[in-house]
Design a protein around this ligand. Structure first.
Ligand SMILES: Nc1ncnc2c1ncn2[C@@H]1O[C@H](COP(=O)(O)OP(=O)(O)O)[C@@H](O)[C@H]1O
Ligand SMILES: [Mg+2]
Length: 283
């Protein structure tokens, strides 16, 4: 028997608003994501990436169609799925360690928590501090940390309940390029160690290729899945691969397709026409 898909997206449509103001955010999205896969979603802004991710997270409902996790239709958020957003969303009044421990699952069961549970949680928090390179700042408060360090705490907190699925929406979008590179290697390490299935949304093509085993290219108006690419890189990656011919060829292919599908090409053509006209009238 085949292993069932971790996440199945079947004929999913989403419309925001009604009548003249209706926005077709997703038009017939179909995709199966396998256990322990690392899938990246890339595309111009407004093509429905966040909407689809939020639906997998159970934070948004589809207008029609179905999303299944482990074969079961999604019914709201669950501890099997954790989300990380661009904004770190930490509790400023809690230390790094307490932020990490403050997870939904522990809170939900706090009444019947035993001392063994507390010990287990402390052990897990410790392991995550190490995994995320935070073991030297356990008592620091978020405002004492750089953006990169704050996002490490947010990821550690998301991992606390051992989610099977990690949903990340442009989590490194606010970080500088160097910090982002470090985070890329870190999140790939987390993927290996934790064995989670990762769905990662970005508008950065290089990030999408470096991280993903498969890239789902989305296109706007209506928001839809346009093309799926297999990334021709080995499982073990390093920053030098970003300059390899396979990497650069895929990057070019995806950038061209984004331009084609997002209307950018027409904008550029229009600009060229306008400047040609301007040149003519000057001559
Ligand atoms: N809550 C909402 N109400 C109305 N329109 C929305 C809402 N959320 C998203 N949209 C619209 O749906 C489309 C897809 O948005 P989104 O999923 O955020 O795209 P992306 O993450 O790819 O930039 C956009 O046109 C956006 O304006
Ligand atoms: Mg978005």
């Amino acid at each position: 028997m085949n292993t069932p898909a971790k996440i199945e997206i079947n004929a999913v449509y989403k419309t925001f608003n009604e009548g003249a103001k209706a926005i077709q955010a997703l038009d017939n999205a179909n995709l199966a994501i396998q256990p322990n896969e690392f899938v990246t979603f890339v595309g111009a802004s407004g093509c429905g990436k966040s909407t689809l991710l939020r639906m997998i997270g159970g934070l948004e409902t589809q207008s029609s169609g179905e999303i299944r996790v482990n074969g079961q239709p999604i019914d709201g958020p669950g501890v099997d799925r954790a989300m990380v957003f661009q904004h770190y969303s930490l509790y400023p009044w809690l230390s790094v360690t307490d932020n990490i421990k403050f997870c939904r699952q522990l809170k939900a069961h706090s009444r019947d928590r035993t001392s063994a549970d507390v010990e287990k949680a402390a052990g897990r928090a410790d392991a995550l501090l190490h995994l995320m390179g935070l073991s030297h700042v356990p008592t620091a408060y978020p405002n004492q940390l750089s953006g990169g360090m704050q996002q490490r705490v947010a990821i550690a907190r998301a991992l606390m309940s051992r989610p099977e699925i990690l949903l990340m929406d442009e989590p490194f979008g606010a970080l500088d390029a160097q910090t982002r590179e470090v985070m890329h290697d870190l999140i790939r390490h987390v993927h290996r160690i934790e064995g989670s299935t990762i769905v990662f949304v970005t508008h950065d093509v290089e990030e999408a290729i470096y991280l993903g085993q498969r890239i789902v290219l989305m296109a706007p108006r209506p928001g839809r899945i346009d093309t799926i690419y297999e990334v021709p890189l080995p499982a073990e990656r390093n920053q030098d691969m970003k300059l390899s011919p396979e990497f650069l060829a895929l990057k070019r292919e995806i950038l061209v397709r984004i331009r084609e599908t997002s209307g950018m090409k027409t904008d550029l053509e229009q600009l060229e026409r306008l400047s040609a006209q301007a040149n003519q009238s000057e001559a």
